[in-house]
Design a protein around this ligand. Structure first.
Ligand code: HEC
Ligand code: HEC
Ligand code: HEC
Length: 460
């Protein structure tokens, strides 16, 4: 017994020595730099920004870039470190491709980096105690923030304007529009895209989960097609790269349209006038590739400018009511725009549902939306990547037109916007909003309802 105890004590002493000696070893062995020289960027300021994040953040937040200390081999240390890294990458991802400049940093990235550094949450103190080079000194912080502010003006919020509307080809758009409303895309000719993405319903079906062919219930809430062109990828779990790849999905999904492209092409081939029109624009004729291209072209026209929110951002200070202006300030001060950022107030990143607390446990206890247990769809991005740190992550949804795209969240768990706002504050920010603050934010969010074909979406 005694010898076992002294062995454990000896082990602890050795481990402590090893950990304490680490800063020195760390300083003696500089970390391998990324191959930034091979990167697309020639911007010296970007390189400096990237280098700082590599030194201060990448160990924990970038898959494949962790430089494990030698004591990672020790049994207790390695489980602790692995747990920390899983937790870190669940909470926030810093993809390698962004550090090399192959993928852009977006408004949401800048906002979150700035937020955690300003709050002195990151890098964690227990890490900088061992990694002196990762400390962000006031000077370094000033430089980082200057770079961020230059690249992320207006808190990352941008109005829709002619300049940032997608370019389209009118003939392809006309074909895509016909296909969007064509029930022949479904197996039994009962459903078209608009069945689940009604343009009079904010681009959704306003039901908890969609109903597919033969009345089959889907497993996830249908997101809006309006402004989807601005999203960095498509679907809650991001499994489609773009709108063209996305639009093939519902056609062949057995619980959505339940068809296949051979059948769809056959049915459309029999329609001589349609085929003739199609070949005039796509000389190589009806095919999966051309059909999905046309639909994607049409979807790029489903943009909703001129909301009171857009007008407000463009300088019309009276476009918002007094309550909405309070809500706007609260939206910013509660850091909602650190994820709901950019032109689409979202659609820029995958984020865990429940960064600060366990949303799913709470939902199931309260049977919110009728849920009592976690299901497949709740796994989110994990379903597309099988990476543990992607579990419960979703593409951050747009907040544009939110007043009419209920019910909310991937699980359609509530149709009450005030409750949705309170859920966000609690589980994404770790704060409790008073009813009156949550109501003000919800009022602000209703100002994002825009116009389509010159008419407000609210009255279509
Ligand atoms: C030693 C590992 C480690 C390092 C280094 C590190 N983080 Fe983290 N980070 C974590 C862990 C663990 C969490 C999750 C738990 C938490 O929030 O404290 C986290 C959470 C986060 C979050 C989400 C939490 C929130 O409040 O929104 C962001 C954003 C973040 N880190 C950014 C950064 C940035 C930027 C850096 C570099 C300046 C950095 N981290 C350095 C471990 C690390
Ligand atoms: C049976 C209902 C249904 C039909 C029919 C349907 N969708 Fe969807 N759509 C959904 C659901 C549910 C999702 C979310 C699925 C997911 O993320 O896993 C979705 C997702 C999308 C998205 C992704 C939006 C985003 O922000 O990620 C787009 C775009 C879209 N659908 C367009 C279409 C088009 C185009 C068609 C016709 C070819 C179509 N849908 C047919 C239910 C449907
Ligand atoms: C850490 C990132 C993050 C922060 C911060 C954040 N959100 Fe979200 N938001 C998300 C994600 C991810 C979802 C989708 C979650 C899901 O479907 O399960 C979401 C969904 C929503 C929805 C529902 C949208 C829809 O169409 O279903 C609303 C409304 C919303 N957020 C408002 C807010 C407000 C208001 C704040 C500030 C109090 C906020 N969010 C802060 C990431 C964030």
């Amino acid at each position: 017994m005694a010898s076992k105890k002294s062995l454990v004590l000896g082990g602890i002493a050795l481990g402590t020595c090893a950990i304490l000696s680490f800063p020195i070893i760390n300083l003696l062995t500089p970390r391998a730099p990324l191959q930034i020289s091979a990167a697309k960027s020639s911007d010296a300021r970007f390189k400096k920004f990237s280098r700082q994040l590599q030194t201060s953040c990448a160990d924990c937040h970038t898959s494949g870039l962790t430089q494990y200390p030698f004591y990672f081999k020790l049994p207790i240390a390695n489980t602790l470190i692995a747990k920390d890294i899983l937790e870190a990458q669940s909470a926030w991802d810093l993809p390698r491709e962004k550090l090399t400049g192959d993928q852009p940093f977006r408004e949401a990235d800048f906002a979150r980096i700035k937020l955690v550094i300003a709050n002195q949450e990151m890098p964690p103190a227990k890490y900088t105690a061992l990694h002196w080079d990762a400390i962000i000194t006031p000077d370094v912080q000033k430089q980082l923030f200057e770079y961020i502010d230059n690249n992320n003006p207006n808190d990352g919020l941008t109005p829709i304007s002619k300049r940032n509307m997608p370019q389209t080809d009118a003939k392809k758009v006309a074909l895509g529009k016909a296909l969007f409303f064509d029930k022949r895309l479904s197996q039994d000719n009962t459903l078209n895209c608009a069945s689940c993405h009604g343009l009079d319903k904010g681009g959704t079906d306003q039901t908890q989960v969609s109903i597919g062919v033969h009345g089959q219930k889907g497993s996830i809430n249908s997101p809006t097609v309006f402004n989807a062109a601005y999203n960095f990828c498509q679907f809650w779990d991001g499994r489609a790269r773009d709108l063209q790849e996305q639009s093939a999905g519902p056609v062949t999904n057995p619980v959505e349209m339940g068809s296949n492209f051979d059948d769809v092409v056959k049915k459309l081939e029999m329609d001589a006038p349609f085929k003739k029109q199609f070949v005039q624009t796509y000389p190589d004729g009806l095919s999966k590739k051309n059909i999905t291209d046309a639909i994607a072209q049409y979807e790029k026209t489903l943009i909703t400018p001129n909301s009171p929110y857009d007008k407000f951002l463009r300088g019309e200070k009276d476009a918002l009511t007094a309550q909405q202006k309070r809500g706007y300030e609260l939206f910013l001060s509660n850091n909602c725009a650190s994820c709901h950022s950019g032109i689409n107030m979202g659609g820029q990143s995958f984020e865990k549902m429940g960064v600060k607390a366990d949303y799913f446990a709470w939902r199931n206890i309260h049977k919110l939306g009728g849920h009592t247990k976690i299901n497949m769809a709740d796994n989110g991005r994990f379903n597309a990547t099988q990476k543990q740190s992607d579990r419960f992550k979703f593409k951050v949804p747009t907040l544009r037109n939110i007043a009419i795209t209920y019910p909310y969240f991937h699980d359609g768990s509530t149709s009450d916007l005030v409750q949705a706002v309170q859920i966000m504050a609690r589980f994404q920010e770790g704060t409790e909003l008073s009813d009156s603050d949550a109501k003000d934010i919800a009022a602000f969010l209703t100002s994002t309802t825009g116009e389509y074909e010159g008419k407000s979406l609210a009255t279509r």
